[in-house]
Design a protein around this ligand. Structure first.
Ligand code: PHE
Ligand code: NA
Length: 439
């Protein structure tokens, strides 16, 4: 058997993980979740969950991946017993569902980049413009183009494909987004927008926490690429000398900073265009924000830069989802990378067709996104937290301790965080989301 691949450089792993984390979740999903769930109130709950739930679960994925040097299915087969050996399948299923609609939405974003470059967004008929981009053959074509881009990168493998591309993409995302946030700060609506975005109303949190908590948890998992084995897979290409806690901190901090910065762009643009109805749902950046771009100075080009950032960010995330399933076919079935990648590209493209084609509506998108994010990812994360927290505690602590000079009692702090708060919160969230989904 050929030698398993690995990252070429120290930065390669972090950049790839940041590339995976930073994506549609930060720039498409995050602002509309903030809008839907009460602005700063949502932001506070989300930040707490990222730190207290997301970070510990990320370490779980890292330790399992590095220990086994396997894809998520193979990893749990190797270390688990009984039913635990089957848990990896949740991740593969989640990968299929998420990537199928992720590519569709990313295709729309690509199209919006082109629209901005060609002139500007429709001032009046923003909703109609979006519906023509987001349904029918146009949407199928952009879905195909984006899927082809994913396949191309992943086919080149870990070092020449993923690592090479994230070294270009991640710095570009950060630089462009900071530039836009600075520009947005000069707009006339900035002050009012910051007030909405940055001053949490504790009363709102208290009154709505049963809605805010599950939504914020789903967002925290989605944005950190948790609960579907991406971080298991990426850590499986890693050497033993890495300090996983330090790398995890950098990854979580960058993802959070970028989501936060996306809000610093979106809300001032909206408020300046006097579009303060921020609770528009998944069409938010395509309708309200695009329309807002058409109302501000240099809107076309600013919008094009914005959507170009989102396109790049989506690509660096999509490749990580594809890599989960590709690594499974390579490790477990000895398939070569190229045929594995192409076959998956075709199959996942087909799975996404209902979302892509559906004219005049986003019902399939909501079905796919809801199922994958609010149920599968949370379930995946919960199972992993139970596994390391209660079943394979020693393995977790030992693996975390490698590369950390003096872990001391931090290992047990981590384990107890998983054992009680993480598991309880995820159980509540999973129950709430499942009920909500089937209602
Ligand atoms: N973290 C990505 C984002 O924020 C989405 C993602 C979810 C990627 C799950 C991989 C796995 O857009
Ligand atoms: Na993210």
């Amino acid at each position: 058997m050929a030698q398993r691949e690995s990252w070429a450089t120290r930065a390669g792993f972090i950049l790839a993980a940041v590339g995976s984390a930073v994506g549609l979740g930060n720039i498409w999903r995050f602002p509309y979740q903030v809008g839907e769930y009460g602005g700063a109130a949502f932001l506070v709950v989300y930040l707490l969950l990222v730190a207290l739930i997301g970070f510990p679960v990320m370490l779980v994925e890292f330790t399992i991946g590095r220990r086994t040097e396997r894809n998520p299915v193979g990893a749990l087969k190797q270390i688990g017993e009984g039913a635990w050996t089957k848990v990896g399948w949740v991740f593969v299923l989640a990968g299929f569902v998420i990537l199928s609609y992720y590519s569709v939405v990313a295709g729309w974003i690509l199209r919006y980049t082109a629209i901005g470059l060609q002139g500007n967004y429709a001032a009046g008929g923003a909703g109609a413009q979006f519906m023509s981009v987001a349904g029918g053959m146009d949407s199928v074509v952009t879905h195909a183009i984006f899927m082809a881009a994913i396949v191309t990168v992943v086919a080149f493998g870990i070092q020449q494909g993923i690592e090479f591309s994230v070294k270009l993409m991640v710095p570009a995302i950060i630089a462009l987004l900071i530039g836009l946030a600075v520009y947005a700060g000069t707009l006339s609506g900035a002050g009012e927008a910051y007030a909405y975005y940055l001053s949490p109303d504790l009363g709102t949190i208290a009154a709505n926490w049963t809605e805010i908590l599950p939504a914020a948890a789903a967002q925290a998992f989605f944005t950190l690429s948790l609960g579907m084995g991406v971080m298991i897979t990426y850590a499986s290409y890693l050497g033993e000398d890495r300090n996983l806690a330090k790398d995890g901190t950098i990854i979580v901090a960058l993802d959070t900073a970028i989501a936060f910065t996306a809000g610093l762009v979106a809300f001032p643009v909206l408020y300046t265009a006097e579009l303060t109805d921020v609770a528009a749902g998944p069409s938010f950046i395509f309708v309200s924000l695009a329309q807002a771009f058409s109302n501000i100075p240099f809107g076309g080009i600013i919008g094009a830069i914005f959507f170009a950032i989102v396109t790049i960010a989506a690509l660096s995330s999509a490749i990580s989802i594809m890599e989960v399933v590709v690594s499974y076919l390579i490790d477990e079935h000895g398939v070569d990378r190229l045929p594995a990648t192409i076959a998956l590209g075709v199959v996942i493209f087909v799975v996404g067709l209902p979302v892509a084609y559906e004219p005049e509506g986003l019902n399939w998108l909501v079905v796919y996104d809801g199922f994958a994010n609010s149920i599968l990812l949370i379930l995946g994360g919960l199972l992993l937290a139970i596994y390391i927290g209660w079943v394979a505690t020693d393995l977790g602590i030992e693996e975390l301790g490698k590369g950390i000079h003096n872990l001391g009692s931090w290992g047990m702090v981590w384990i107890w965080t998983l054992r009680v708060p993480v598991i309880i919160v995820l159980l509540i969230v999973l129950t709430q989301n499942t009920i909500g989904y089937y209602e």
